[in-house]
Design a binder for this molecule. Structure first.
Ligand code: RB5
Length: 162
């Protein structure tokens, strides 16, 4: 199952991508937005990233104007490796080397034909593991280290206030 979301600036491309996936029989879930009224990209990046984190969807695709805001936001969710791609080579590498589980696209950056080529490449590519596994594990270690620092600081705050 592929989770797909966008803000207003990615709404048109979201529809094109959903049609493309459905035509190919790829199960997908539309997590909004529902129109071209202004909407905040972190809300949709978060919804897609959390669907992937919870395991409801194996991967996600998020679109905004540039893809930058959605990639920054999606990468805040632990376990998410969101890759902003504007070409099929980067899309393939983001799977093979980085095990990216969220693809971010900018509707104002790539045309629909290129966007669909990126999506198709990204969906077909697989993580190659090996030395790349060690590096991806180091990304997870950064998350863990900062999560434990946060817990330590919270604890210190509790002790101070007590
Ligand atoms: C919306 O105008 C725009 O800022 C948003 O879609 C995205 O490009 C942000 O990174």
């Amino acid at each position: 199952m592929i989770a797909v979301g966008s803000d207003h600036a990615g709404f048109r491309l979201k529809g094109i991508i959903l049609d493309f996936l459905r035509q190919r029989g790829v199960p997908c879930r539309d997590l909004g937005t529902t129109g071209t009224d202004a909407a905040d990209y972190p809300d949709f990046a978060r919804a897609v990233a959390e669907a992937v984190r919870r395991g409801e969807c194996s991967r996600g695709i998020v679109i905004c104007g540039t893809g930058i805001g959605t990639s920054i936001a999606a990468n805040k969710v632990p376990g998410i490796r969101a890759a902003l791609c504007a070409d099929p080579y980067s899309a393939r590498m983001s799977r093979e080397h980085n095990d990216a589980n969220v693809l971010c696209l900018g509707e104002r950056v790539v045309g629909p034909g290129l966007a669909l080529a990126i999506v198709e490449t990204w969906l077909e590519a697989e993580f190659t593991g090996g030395r790349h596994r060690r590096r991806v594990d180091k990304i997870a270690a950064i998350e863990r280290d900062y999560a434990s620092e946060h817990a330590t600081l919270e604890g210190a705050g509790d002790r101070r206030s007590g």
